[in-house]
Ligand binder design. Structure first.
Ligand code: NIG
Ligand code: FE
Length: 410
């Protein structure tokens, strides 16, 4: 497949002649896709000329780079001046659950505060749901994500909180994504309320044994009302010892040690980052840990938004993700997150798009997604707009026109 007539191509690969700093924008571009990968990125005129010639294997030009790419006829798709961006990378979701908490949301909008304890009501509904019910629900969310331009997504466990329930959530998540996170340390379940350390023993023992084969990541909710820094550290170190990468929920509901714990453990990402001290920001800036910001949470809990500007200006690598879950953020829309981040968190439209694509890829330690370059996965989003700025400029408007995942229409 050859995409031509791309008025604005956001590659996330800066280079000579490209615009937009880290966005690496190419004007009047074309993208050649072979199988599930991007084969070539370049000028629209060059691509059209080569395709019209269809050189055979015997009439290649001497020294012509990539000449073999143009030997076979390709399907040509003309974007007629539209904008093409990398598929969104949503590095933080909780998509396997039963029930919803619309009543809790309505109560919050009437003045009640968000509390981590609400997680337990979703745990009860999730335990009561069958595998097939959870699978069907998950498939619906995956369809929502794709329709809104998300081509890579992470899914956490954390609404089972027994060995058997966490194992089935991890297994179901692994059916839809390679980016599965074991979050047995989401909250202490009601039956362990009086003995949280016994629950931590369960998490790092039989629960980890059951979930690790399905997971790539370990996570812990390090927050008042969830797990202490010491408990979180035990969980994260046990996961790391099993070969899982580390990610942390930290500094969501108040100041705390989550961010510094994440940095100390070399976490790929610490997520939320709403309440940060200067020392937290400095520690992040000096690390490889990505700060993943989740605008849907503050939108849905009426808490103050994280200060993306402060983080970016300090040199911290930032990602945007949806945190899609039935409690704190029931949106699956990365365009919504981009628009809110621009309006409320001090990001430019370009910074927000970069954080929602390349930032998410960095938070998942992936170099094959979140970028449009030869060799990367052909995960592409065509916008019904002339420029990426419209993602924030036209909030709430369905601008995602076509999506390709691994080179196939999604
Ligand atoms: O990322 N912070 C912890 N976990 C989720 C909320 C889950 C819930 O409220 O059900 C989050 O916001
Ligand atoms: Fe979360």
């Amino acid at each position: 497949m050859l995409l031509v007539g791309v008025g604005e191509l956001v590659t996330n690969e800066p280079g000579p002649g490209r615009e937009g700093g880290p966005l690496g924008i190419v004007r009047d571009a074309a993208v050649l896709v072979e199988g599930d990968r991007i084969a070539w990125v370049g000028a629209d005129t060059h691509a059209r000329e080569r395709v019209s010639r269809h050189p055979g294997r015997d009439d290649r030009e001497e020294g012509e780079e990539h000449r073999e790419l143009w030997d076979d006829p390709v399907d040509v798709v003309d974007l007629a001046g539209g904008c093409l961006v990398p598929g969104f990378v949503d590095s933080h979701t909780h998509l396997v659950f039963g029930g919803d908490r619309a009543d809790e949301f309505a109560a919050r909008m009437a003045g009640r505060a968000y509390e981590a304890g609400g997680i337990r009501s979703t745990v009860a509904a999730t335990r009561a749901a069958s595998d097939d019910e959870l699978r069907a629900r998950l498939a619906g969310f995956v369809a929502e994500l794709r329709a809104q331009g998300t081509t890579t997504f992470e899914v956490k466990t954390g609404y089972g909180l027994t060995v058997a329930d966490e194992e089935r959530l991890a297994r179901l998540a692994a059916e839809v994504t390679p980016e599965v996170t074991f979050l047995g340390a989401h909250v202490v379940p009601a039956e362990y309320a009086d003995r949280p350390d016994d629950y931590v023993d369960l998490v790092i023992g039989p629960m980890l044994d059951a979930c690790a084969p399905h997971a790539r990541w370990i996570d812990a909710f390090c927050e008042r009302g969830a797990f202490t820094p010491d408990q979180s550290r035990r969980v994260l170190e046990a996961g790391a010892a099993r070969g899982l990468g580390v990610r942390v929920h930290g500094n969501q509901l108040g100041p705390g040690e989550g961010v510094r714990l994440a940095v100390a453990l070399g976490a790929a990402s610490v997520d939320h980052c709403t309440y940060l001290s200067d020392a937290d920001v400095a520690a992040l800036a000096a690390s490889d840990t990505v700060a993943t910001l989740l605008p849907g949470v503050e939108f849905s809990t009426r808490q103050p938004y994280p200060d993306a500007r402060r983080l970016i200006d300090a040199g911290v690598r930032v990602a945007l993700a949806s945190d899609c879950n039935p409690g704190s953020s029931f949106t699956s829309s990365m365009p919504f997150c981009i628009a809110v981040a621009v309006r409320e968190m001090g990001m430019t439209p370009g910074e927000a798009l970069h954080a929602a694509t390349a930032g998410g890829a960095a938070a998942l330690r992936r170099d094959d997604v979140g970028v449009i370059r030869a060799g990367a996965r052909a995960d592409l989003v065509e916008l019904a707009a002339p420029s990426h700025v419209h993602l924030a400029y036209r909030p709430g408007v369905p601008l995602v026109r076509r999506v390709w995942k691994d080179g196939a229409p999604a």
